[in-house]
Design a protein around this ligand. Structure first.
Ligand code: 13P
Ligand code: SF4
Length: 338
């Protein structure tokens, strides 16, 4: 088995995960049992984002949005955090709780927003706007976080931007759609980085308008990473958690949902009698409302990463401490947000 592990480790940088074909992996209920046994054996906690495949959501100890998962990672006393989400989320867990082993089933689980924004680029933008505060969406890598003054998530961004000193210009990175939405909500001018989410940009305003016309009793709900024309059409705009709460508590019985489709799994559990219609995307032949980064994680990869404790998130301590500062500033400014 050691030979196999050495061989699999060698392919890690290419595959991003332990090569499945090198291992015997239990199937079906046996696989679930094996993951639960590993959890006990290793005193591990499984954290999963709402966009994860349903089978992973169902096995997780905590399911949440990026803010809730960051807090769970910070507060856990487990020895190992098996993070089922994308790379920047697992990195955030490591930044917040460095003595824990953080494993991610597939390190290629990236994010188009994180990929669009380097620390170098952000520093250049800062130099062009002396005196500006840099507020960065949590969807970015550790280096970019370290180059920021404060981090925000979709659930606390509005509150944080509103409370930043009024006499300082704000650079907002990397999501221009969320940035525009925040400018409208808070009335604050911001200098925007030109990044976007490949999933939320795929929604078609025209096709959604047709869906609304055929379902006049439905409420359109959208995540603020969607483009402005979709947000302008929406009855409700909110973060992942806010959309879940809205579906659960609203009097409406039907919703057209313009965000990543994985969230429908939890929405159906919380509001089983309500009708949920995924919003349509431009390309009829594409599953574009599913984040292919999030869906790279599977139960099989989760099993292997817990068993062999690989791939593991590691980080230079100086970088971690620099990235921690703006995350702590965010947590301090958003204590009131669930
Ligand atoms: P949340 O902050 O709402 O969890 O969103 C993360 C994300 O990747 C949205 O696309
Ligand atoms: Fe990144 Fe978009 Fe996927 Fe969220 S849905 S992880 S923003 S690519």
């Amino acid at each position: 088995m050691n030979d196999t592990l050495e061989k699999a480790k060698a392919t890690l940088p290419v595959y991003g995960f332990l090569n499945l074909k090198d291992y015997e992996i239990p199937q079906g209920q046996e696989l679930i049992k094996a993951i639960l046994d590993l959890k006990k054996e290793k005193n591990a906690v499984i954290l999963a984002h709402y966009y994860q495949p349903p089978a992973i959501q169902d096995i997780a100890d905590f399911l949440g949005d990026s803010l809730q998962l960051a807090r769970q990672a910070r507060d856990t006393d487990a020895d190992m955090i098996a993070f089922c989400g994308v790379h920047f989320m697992a990195e955030t867990a490591k930044i917040l709780n460095p003595t824990k082993k953080v494993v991610l089933p597939d390190t290629q689980a990236g994010c188009s927003l994180a990929d669009s924004c380097s620390a170098e680029g952000l520093n250049k933008m800062r130099a062009e706007h002396p005196g500006a505060l840099v507020a960065t969406y949590i969807n970015c890598n550790a280096e970019t976080k370290a180059a920021s003054d404060i981090i925000v998530t979709s659930s606390n961004a509005e509150q944080i931007i509103e409370n930043l000193p009024k006499d300082r210009p704000i650079i907002f990175a990397p999501d221009k759609n969320l940035g525009r939405y925040l400018m409208k909500k808070t009335g604050r001018e911001m200098i925007l980085w030109e990044g976007s989410c490949v999933v939320h940009e795929a929604f078609s305003m025209e096709r959604i308008a047709q869906q609304l016309a055929s379902n006049p009793d439905a409420k359109l709900i959208a995540h603020p990473e969607s483009e402005t024309p979709v947000l302008d059409l929406a009855h409700f705009v909110g973060s992942t958690s806010a959309l879940l709460n809205y579906v659960e508590t609203s009097d409406a019985q039907k919703f057209i949902v313009a965000t990543e489709e994985g969230i429908l799994h939890e929405m159906r559990k919380r509001a089983p009698h309500k009708e949920l219609i995924p919003a349509l995307v431009f390309d009829e032949s594409c599953n574009c409302s599913e984040c292919f980064f999030m869906k790279r994680n599977t139960l099989e990869k989760l099993y292997l990463c817990m068993k062999y404790e690989l791939p593991e998130i590691t980080m230079d301590e100086q970088l971690r401490l620099q990235a921690l500062k703006p995350i702590e500033a965010m947590l301090e400014m958003s204590k009131s947000i669930k």
